[in-house]
Design a protein around this ligand. Structure first.
Ligand SMILES: [Zn+2]
Length: 374
């Protein structure tokens, strides 16, 4: 038996279940006193094998906990990445997950971090803190939204240490507002039991039925008009309707509940602004709306809502288009279910701005790299 067998098994177990993992999100790890094995960035959990993990020196990761990094966030992320690279054991083209330092922080051998729809229905609701306190008491640590990366790492370091002082052990469950959950335990069977317990406690006393989320293709004059316009911009598009989609496309009030992203991941895949077009909008007003959108946000919308119709999604290729549908469907489910926990609580404008800036910078750098200049 190989020491990573259990890690591989649990990674596939959660990775293959869309209730836990969508669009390649989430990551897993196993640690001994000396070494941390963590999922590599860009590898899917569902069919991961030993090659999908990166081994890192825990001594070197530990040194990062006290090192002083640049106050400039982008500069700092570069420094952190470079330290992560030098903590890697053995060569290889893979990069460790950006959440690696968080995995090293929690004392338990097995860590499974996911963004489940049901958990995020609470994490992205107005009463997240109260609901968690009431349902989990001191069994879980609840952490308010913090910018991802080093800022989140520092905050967790402090909160976990404080929890440890009070309880004599690290928390097995760490809920992150507008993000997801970290679960840690000594064995993979315990990790599964903790997750089962989280799901059943969240469901307690709630009606969490959803309208049918299946997306069906639809056509309308407006959708056809927009598809033509998008094709002219070299984008592929598709239009969908269905029960869940129909609920949020019924009118502006319902659209408001999905008009801002709930998590940074949603911004990465769907961007942070979505376009609402009123029923019966004519060609001229559609074109004006699309031009205005481009002028204000500097990009074309990936998600367009036709009032009383459905969703029109746009992307650069078919596979990215499927991801946008998957991620935006999850966003609608989260919004719908969050009504049971006080109503939707999207990211704030300032939190969104930070991620938008990161995304723009990463895009600029990747374009520069592809041109061989950076
Ligand atoms: Zn995450």
């Amino acid at each position: 038996m190989n020491k990573l067998d259990h890690l591989i098994e649990i990674s596939r177990h959660f990775g293959a279940n869309p209730d836990y993992v969508i669009a390649g999100g989430g990551n897993t790890s196993f640690k001994t006193a000396e070494t941390l094995w963590v999922k590599a960035s860009g590898i899917a959990l569902a069919d991961i094998d030993e090659q999908g993990f990166v081994a890192l020196s825990r001594e070197k990761l530990g040194q990062m906990e006290t090192r002083a990094y640049s106050p400039d966030p982008l500069q700092r992320e570069e420094e952190v990445k470079s330290d992560l690279r030098s903590a890697m054991i053995g060569a290889g083209g893979l990069r460790p997950s950006v959440e690696t330092s968080l995995h090293n922080l929690i004392e338990y051998p097995y860590i499974v971090h996911t963004h489940p729809t049901l958990v995020n229905a609470v994490m992205c609701a107005d009463n997240a803190g109260e609901e968690i306190a009431e349902r989990f008491g001191s069994e879980a640590l609840y952490v308010k939204y913090t910018d991802p990366g080093y800022t989140l790492f520092k905050k967790l370091q402090e909160r976990i240490a404080a929890y440890h002082n009070r309880h004599g052990r690290d928390p097995r469950i760490i809920f992150l507002q507008n993000h997801g959950v970290f679960v840690g335990a000594g064995t993979t069977e315990e990790v599964k039991a903790v997750y089962a317990n989280i799901f059943s406690r969240i469901r307690e006393g709630k009606n969490l039925a959803l309208p049918d989320p299946v997306a069906k293709a639809y056509v309308s004059p407006l959708a056809r008009d927009i598809a033509g316009w998008l094709a002219g911009r070299n984008l592929v598009s598709a239009s969908y309707t269905g029960e869940l989609i129909g609920h949020f496309c019924a009118g502006r009030e319902n659209f408001k509940k999905i008009s801002k992203p709930f998590t940074p991941d949603i911004i990465v895949y769907c961007k942070s602004n979505y376009l609402f077009l009123e029923k019966g909008a004519g060609s001229d007003s559609i074109r004006k709306a699309l031009d205005d959108f481009h002028r204000v946000y500097g990009c074309d919308p990936k998600v367009i809502v036709e009032e009383g119709g459905g969703l029109i999604l746009a992307e650069e290729d078919e596979s990215s288009l499927r991801t946008v549908l998957e991620v935006f469907t999850d966003m609608m489910k989260i919004s719908y279910l969050s009504e049971q926990f006080g109503g939707p609580h999207p990211m704030t404008d300032e939190q969104i701005r930070v991620i938008d800036q990161w995304e723009a910078e990463h895009y600029r750098r990747s374009v520069a790299r592809n041109r061989g200049r950076a």
